[in-house]
Every structure is written in C-alpha cells, then in structure tokens.
Ligand binder design. Structure first.
Ligand code: ADP
Length: 449
C-alpha cells in the first residue's frame, strides 16, 4: 500500500480524498494555489506545497509544479480528484514516467474512453447501446449530410467536451450552420480540440449513469445507478440513487451490460458510464474516467467507499467481492450547494461569517467550508454537497427537507432556496422528471412572478 499520497485538487474533493487516505493510514500531501493557503485540506494534510498563483492554469493545472511537489515530498501516488487534471492522459503519463502511481485508469484507457468519439466506438463494439450519431464533422456540409441521415433534432458536441460546454442543438437545416460554428468555437475556447460530432437529440430523456469499479485482475462490479436528470445548463443540480424511473429488471439488465462491456474493454479503476434513458431504452452518452461529484450517493446505498477502492485498485489490490456480494440499501439524494445568487446564478464568493452544517442519522456534508473562511473568486462555485440516506425514497426526501432547513451559511448567497423549492415540487416528489424539467419549471416560475 502507498505510504504517501499527493492530492492534486482543492475544495471538498481534496478533503474527501484526504479523509480516505487517513482512514487507510496513508500520509497526505496537499498542493495549493496562493489563494488557497488557508483551505481546510491544506490545514489537515500532513504536508502542503504551494504550487503557484491563484489562477488554476498557474497552479492546479500546472503539471510540472504538481509532479515536482510529489518528488520533493516523496509521495508515491497522486490522486487527481475530478475536474482539473483528472482526465488529462498526458498528466497521467507524466506522473507514471516519474515512478509515481496515478490513481485512476492508464493514460491509454483514459485517451480511448475519455474521448467521446472513440468511447462511442468502443461502447458499440462492447455491446452498449448508443444514441444514433456521426463520426467527427469536418465541415458544415458534413453536418448537414449527417443530420439528414440521423433526422432532426440533432445535437452537435465537442469530442473533448465537459461541464455542458460545446453542445448546440439544431432543429432544422436552418439552425445547423450556427449550431456547428458555435459548438466548434466553444470547444476551441474550452477544450484541447475543436473537433465536434453529432448525436440524435432526445427530447425528454432522463440522465442515468452507472458507477463501475474494476481491478487489475479482470474483476468488474457495478454499483448501481444514479439519476442526474435535475439539471440546469446541462449541469447536475440534484442526484439520486436508485432512479425512480427504473424497475429492478431494467436496473439489473443495464448493470450487467455495463459490467461485461467494461471487462471486455479492459478498463481499470473507478469510472462512470453516462446514459440517456427514454421510453424504456438506454443510450450511451460518454464515460467519465474519474471520480464523480455525485459518488457519495452510491456510497450511501452500496456501503462501498469509492475513493478507498480507487486507492486500493491503483496499489494493485484486488476487489474483495463479486457482484453478487453487493447489496443496495435504501435511497440517497444529493444536493449540490453553490455560492451563487439562487435567482441569477451569479457566483457569490466572499467571507463565510457563520456556518452550521446539518447532522443526524443519514446526513453527510462534504464541504471545505468553515466559519471565517473566505471563498476565493477563482474557482468553481460549489461549496458543499449535502447527501442524505433513508430506508425509502420518501424518508430520504423528508430528511433532505429537514437537513436543508437546518443548514446555516451566512455571508454569501447560496442555492439552498432553489434546492428547497425543487424538492417540494409535486413532479420531483413523484419522481416524474426529465433533463428539461428544472429549466421548464424555472421558466414558468419566473413568468408567474
Ligand atoms: P458533458 O461532458 O459536457 O457533461 P454530456 O455528453 O455528458 O456532456 O451531456 C451532458 C448533458 O447534456 C446530458 O446529461 C443531457 O442533459 C444533455 N445531452 C447530451 N447529449 C444529449 C442528447 N443526445 N440528447 C439530449 N440531451 C443531451
């Protein structure tokens, strides 16, 4: 097992990884930007190294600074968390070439499964159903040709896309020029490549994803699904597990398809396959070759510590159980709490004057925040994840309502009022929602005001 792990991230996820290491008796090294000198993960880690100025391009994305920090402190592994360098195959390769273990899949697997176009190909070959789609599109003419083949509406997406960026929908030949040029321009600005491709645009799907774990000995398990259909701007706001839309047969069927496919592909470590689900059918979207923000709801229902498993797998340990040993228990819901204006969604960094996190049975808060902490303006606005677990969906919902009520965050605005509003809507309570529900609901609500 590793003796010292460097955590190449910040915020709640850095703290999450620190906690897993601690419980495994592993020492931790925090790296941080100048703006994060007082962050909780820096305060708790055994050692901390400042890797650069506040902008993430100068610090959390600075590969050589991070690797130097690992070499200086003698870390034997690096956990990348999510975001930043977590899906950067060049970084994984650099880490390994310095004799340090990258906690995640190999660079080769990351390249294949992290690229949406090659991942779709691999998925088809491994028996996973995908949305009808195109190869890479070189020109607008190409896009038109493929749209005619697939049928409108279509969505143009960046092959390296993430965070809901670089995606544009076209409903007819008239929109295609704009959708194509805008998707490419967005991709160029945000991602390493501006290559785009096209998929059939599904009109009322749910977003359902399957968590997997795979070791170096060919053992693969799935940890069930997460329903992440409550979204704004293609970004997740609330997630739950299990999905209220699936019956046991559908759940087992997709789980088995994914499990077998991952074994065939030979992928190792933790990963998530994202699907759209419409009219009883699954359509593969992409694979995330890393830990995900919403992993705690899976931990709650499966009882498996996913970060611990990532570290064990990377160190060469075998999964200690088979699929039939995994039993799902109860229902879990996560609310992502952002320091944002709940109406305009403008980021709201600043000093936290008062902080009281909810507690009690079945309540987990993953957050780096403490009273007196100042949220820097340079990074993502998510400041906490509130996760609740109950024996039934209804008890989890009641618990979430109670926990949100208890949360005190003073000094900055947060999205808690929006979360409270969502979970009290009939459609959410009944579990009847798709990826457009939240935006449709907010539009109606704003019109009534
Ligand atoms: P990203 O990598 O940016 O998160 P994804 O491919 O995972 O992009 O898609 C994010 C979200 O965008 C999905 O959860 C869904 O809401 C929407 N989306 C993506 N592809 C489609 C599609 N073919 N039809 C309808 N909605 C889609």
């Amino acid at each position: 097992m590793f003796e010292k792990v460097l955590i190449a991230n910040r915020g709640e996820i850095a703290l999450r990884i620190h906690r897993a290491c601690r419980e495994m008796g592993i020492r931790t090294v925090a790296v941080h930007s100048e703006a994060d000198a007082k962050a909780m993960h820096v305060r708790l880690a055994d050692e901390a190294v400042c890797i650069g100025p506040s902008r993430s391009t100068d610090s959390y994305l600075n590969k050589s600074a991070i690797i130097s920090a690992a070499l200086i402190t003698g870390a034997d592994a690096i956990h990348p968390g999510f975001g930043f360098l977590s899906e950067n195959a060049d970084f994984a390769e650099m880490v390994e070439s310095h004799g340090i273990t990258f906690i995640g899949p190999s660079a080769e697997q990351m390249r294949k499964m992290g690229d949406k176009i090659t991942a779709r190909q691999a998925a088809v070959e491994a028996g996973i159903p995908v949305t009808p789609g195109s190869p890479s599109l070189d020109t607008v003419e190409d896009a038109k040709k493929w749209a005619a083949k697939i049928g409108y509406p279509v969505i143009i997406k960046a092959k390296d896309g993430g965070g809901g960026k670089g995606m544009k929908v076209a409903f007819s030949d008239e929109d295609i020029h704009e959708a194509y040029t805008m998707a490419r321009a967005e991709a160029k600005a945000a991602f390493p490549s501006d290559v785009v491709y096209m998929e059939k645009y599904l009109q009322k799907p749910r977003h359902i994803e399957i968590q997997i774990l795979a070791d170096k000995f060919g053992n693969v398990v799935h940890l069930g699904e997460r329903d992440c259909s409550i979204q704004r701007n293609n970004q997740k706001v609330i997630e739950e597990s299990p999905s209220p839309a699936l019956n046991q047969e559908q759940r087992e069927e997709i789980g088995e398809i994914v499990r077998k496919a991952i074994a065939k592909i030979g992928y190792q470590n933790a990963g998530t396959l994202e699907f759209l689900f419409e009219d009883g059918k699954f359509y593969f979207l992409e694979m995330n070759t890393r830990l995900q923000v919403e992993h705690p709801i899976t931990e709650a229902v499966s009882g498996i510590d996913i970060v611990r498993e990532q570290i064990r797998i990377a160190s060469g340990a075998a999964l200690g159980y088979k699929q039939q040993d995994i039993h799902f228990n109860g229902h879990a819901i996560e609310c992502r709490i952002n320091a944002e204006n709940p109406e305009t969604f403008a980021p709201c960094p600043g000093k936290i004057t008062e902080w009281h996190a909810p507690g009690g049975l079945g309540v987990r808060v993953d957050s780096e925040i403490y009273s007196g902490y100042t949220i820097p303006p340079f990074y993502d606005s998510m400041i906490a994840k509130l996760i609740v677990h109950g024996q039934t969906r209804n008890s989890a919902l009641m618990r979430m309502r109670r926990a949100l009520e208890e949360f005190v965050i003073d000094g900055v605005s947060t999205t808690i009022p929006l979360q409270q509003d969502i979970i009290s809507q009939t459609e959410f309570i009944d579990g009847i929602y798709n990826i457009h529900w939240l935006e449709d609901y907010m539009r109606k609500r704003n019109m009534d005001k």
